[in-house]
Unconditional design. Sequence first.
Length: 312
Amino acid sequence: RAIVRDIDMLEEKNPSIKPKPTTEVDPTVFEKRFLKTIMELGKGHFGRVDLCRYDPRGDRTGELVAVKSLKPETCEEKSNNLSREIDILKALYHENIVKYKGICQEEGGQAIKLIMEFLPLGSLTEYLPKNKNKTSLSTLLSYSIQICEGMDYLGSRNYIHRDLAARNVLLENDHVVKIGDFGLTKSIKDNEGYYIVRDDDVSPVFWYAPECLTHCKFYLASDVWSFGVTMYEILTYCEKNPVSCFKEMIGKTQGQMVVLRLVQLLKDGKRLPRPEGCPEPTELLMAKLLWIGFLTVFWRTSKFLPPSVSTH
Ligand code: ADP
Ligand code: MG
């Protein structure tokens, strides 16, 4: 106690040595002036993802981060979408889901950016064609299982991803994948087990289940269909594109007719072909996936049955 009293007296005599209260720093708030863009990682319809270095010390020792932002001309509705994507990602914690790091907000509160961990190997679409030789079938299947684990977690939080595709699955390293891009993700918590989408101008229709195409209705099980298409991409090392594959099957057509023909094709029981080198048991598994997905959803939320899934 005597020492403390001595220190207090010393501090009173020399105010300059008094420790200043440290201002609390929120590690999830990134300051725009310290965020240096290095290169573009990807570009979507409304936004872009850049590789940046967050370098508060200005000596290039700062960490690398992936930054998602909207194109400057984007309307308010789309900027709300990014805010929603941020709120969703912020609350997700799973080893197969890309990690949220924080936000960067410009002065005046406008133009919010999403800061994520940077995954240097990029998405499966970029990685697989280049690394065919060192990626075995069992690794491809391990990626598929990891995607299931991430999706299972997402479903347990009552979210439908709505954009599951190889381009949105990122690699942490040669053995670990993570689901990204929650831009189209919807919550079904307050709905009846499905979500009705109003604006479908940029929908990845070739990844969509029939009920999404015909009624714009999205169930947890609709993601299972997209997972089947994603697995097709993975097993073809992303060298086959479901878009061109389906387009070849439906023949030359444009606009709304594309979706109508696609629906008819699926109703006729036509599916993407078995990927080259994919053994029969895996093909069987892919055919059964929708059924398994259906059963899982049935088991979890037996009162919310998607009407059309049972027929596929
Ligand atoms: P969009 O909504 O525009 O599709 P995404 O979140 O899918 O945005 O990102 C677009 C692309 O940017 C991805 O396909 C991937 O190639 C790259 N990308 C996105 N996030 C990361 C990340 N965290 N690390 C590395 N690359 C990324
Ligand atoms: Mg994407």
